[in-house]
Design a protein around this ligand. Structure first.
Ligand code: ATP
Length: 281
């Protein structure tokens, strides 16, 4: 602290441990990037279908005519390229690297596009993983992107937290599945978003139910959904409820997510577009 400190940090040029100004840890994107909206897809725990929701959301947004990108920040479990059947080689020049375009025109950056062998495990510690995500943000040239969806690392631990701090997000979408623990899981994700001062755009419940293809009856395989009550208790929107659909999993496994007839995300995407329109009024 300076001897002449008057505790008005805003007018002081000295760097000291007593600085009361809120630090901004956001990394700048590549100077050649244009990204209008960045939305992170998070889950309180792993395996709830966060990547599937990111994929479906991106397909639905792209079908609305928006130039869409996916930054696959799930470095240790990257599943986006497989879902889209994207294998292309990442190309670059001195200014930066370029995302790989899917058949439907979605721009993708993922660890799996950089590994020599896509089945090689990524066994890195948190700080290295966060560092790679930052590189995906500023070393890649995201050209003229309307909506960039970030498939976050699962959970609410160190890595998703660092990613949230590093990339300036317009909002997050929390993915859950119907089960008893969901309230606690949502609460953790809500607290993380609040702590980071990132708006929560809404909840998506995946694997909500299974609709019998023969009789049309809905079965709640993972238990009764409490998503509406939970959303209400946090003042949040339910953006979508996605059923368990074996053909959806089959399309993802075959790299054909862009050919799904129903993304279940049309309304969710429309809400994002309405929000954008309202903000620009
Ligand atoms: N609604 C659904 N219907 C059918 N299969 C689904 C559904 N949701 C997810 N799956 C399948 O479940 C598996 C896990 O989904 P996904 O990879 O999206 O989960 P995740 O939450 O991203 O996982 P992780 O937390 O490990 O990154 C995938 O094989 C996916 O195709």
């Amino acid at each position: 602290m300076s001897e002449t400190c008057n505790h008005d940090c805003g007018s002081c040029g000295t760097t000291c441990g007593q600085d009361t100004r809120k630090k901004d840890f956001h990394e700048a994107p590549n100077e050649l990037s244009t990204i209008r909206h960045v939305i992170a897809v998070v889950s309180g725990k792993g395996g709830v279908g966060k990547s599937l929701v990111t994929g479906l959301m991106s397909v639905a947004m792209s079908r609305k005519g928006k130039h869409t990108g996916i930054l696959d920040a799930d470095i240790t479990g990257p599943s986006i390229p497989k879902m889209f059947g994207t294998k292309g080689e990442v190309r670059g020049n001195q200014a930066g690297a370029y995302p790989v375009r899917t058949a439907g025109g979605i721009e993708v950056v993922s660890m799996n596009l950089l590994l020599e062998n896509s089945t090689d495990p990524v066994v890195w510690r948190g700080p290295i993983i966060s560092g790679v995500v930052k590189q995906f943000w500023h070393d890649f040239i995201w050209e003229d992107i309307d909506y960039l969806f970030v498939d976050m690392p699962p959970g609410t631990g160190d890595v998703p937290l660092t990613v949230m701090q590093s990339i300036k997000l317009d909002g997050i979408i929390i993915v859950t599945s119907p089960q008893e623990l969901v309230s606690m899981i949502v609460e953790k994700a809500v607290k993380m978003a609040e702590g980071m001062k990132v708006p929560i755009l809404g909840l998506v419940e995946n694997m909500s139910y299974f609709e019998c293809p023969d009789c049309g009856k809905r079965h709640e395989i993972f238990g009764h959904s409490h998503i509406e009550e939970i959303a209400k208790s946090y003042g949040l929107d339910v953006l979508a409820r996605i059923p368990i659909e074996p053909q959806l999993a089959a399309k993802c496994d075959a790299g054909q997510i862009e050919t799904v007839a129903d993304t279940h995300m049309q309304d969710a995407v429309q809400k994002l577009l309405d929000r954008e329109e309202k903000a620009s009024e």
